[in-house]
Write a protein that binds this ligand. Structure first.
Ligand code: GAR
Length: 202
């Protein structure tokens, strides 16, 4: 069994998609060992609790010092014997020490067609606001590896989503989220297959 740690900050519908993917048997050979939230009030923490998944809060509020926060994150990932880290609506930037320690084993879901509408300042609803303001006729969702840049790592999966007439940030975000859930589950499946193979080689 490979072990997944999911990093979250908010509602956690992407976390829920991975939980459902595992519970339905779509994702096999993996379990979520730990959920880490940067935000003590995130609904994601309730979702973890409902499914008996251990959770921790590690964020700016309880670890204001970046070095201590990074150490707490690495210790928690190591202690949970994490094979794969999923950033699922995680609204903080990971320190390069974490990227180094888990290189090739951290993935992120982003609500646009990277390289469009991504990078500094493009997160959550700001992405959809920018898409609507640009007049683009399509947007989408991307799952990619996390490297030292912001939304710059190699793309694993990407899928287009139409922008419809009369769309608001909320209607567009809801349509994109459905695609995020779908490609995140698929990407996790791909990652688990590839990581299991590598683990078997060791
Ligand atoms: C999702 O749309 C996710 O792609 C986005 O925040 C939302 C979280 O929803 N993440 C980012 O913008 C990170 N750059 P969720 O908490 O319901 O999964």
């Amino acid at each position: 069994m490979l072990r997944i740690t999911v990093l979250v900050s908010g509602n956690g519908t992407n976390l829920q998609a991975v939980i459902d993917g595992i519970e339905s048997g779509f994702i096999q050979g993996a379990e979520i060992g730990l959920v880490i939230s940067s935000n003590p009030n995130a609904y994601s923490l309730e979702r973890a609790k409902k499914h008996n998944i251990k959770s921790l809060v590690i964020g700016k509020a309880n670890y204001p010092d970046i070095k201590e926060r990074t150490k707490a994150l690495i210790d928690a990932l190591d202690e949970a014997k994490t094979d794969l880290v999923i950033l699922a609506g995680y609204m903080s930037i990971l320190d390069s020490k974490i990227i180094e320690a888990y290189r090739g084993r951290i993935i992120n879901v982003h609500p646009s067609l990277i390289p469009q509408f991504c990078g500094k300042g493009f997160y959550g609803k700001y992405v959809h606001e920018a898409v609507l303001a640009s007049g683009a006729l399509e947007t989408g969702a991307t799952v990619h590896y996390v490297d030292e840049g912001i939304d710059t790592g190699p793309i694993i999966l990407q899928e287009k989503v139409p922008v419809l007439e009369g769309d608001t940030v909320d209607t567009l975000a809801a349509r994109v989220l459905k695609t995020e859930h779908k490609i995140l589950k698929e990407a996790v499946k791909i990652m688990i297959a590839s990581l299991s193979e590598k683990k078997g080689d060791r």
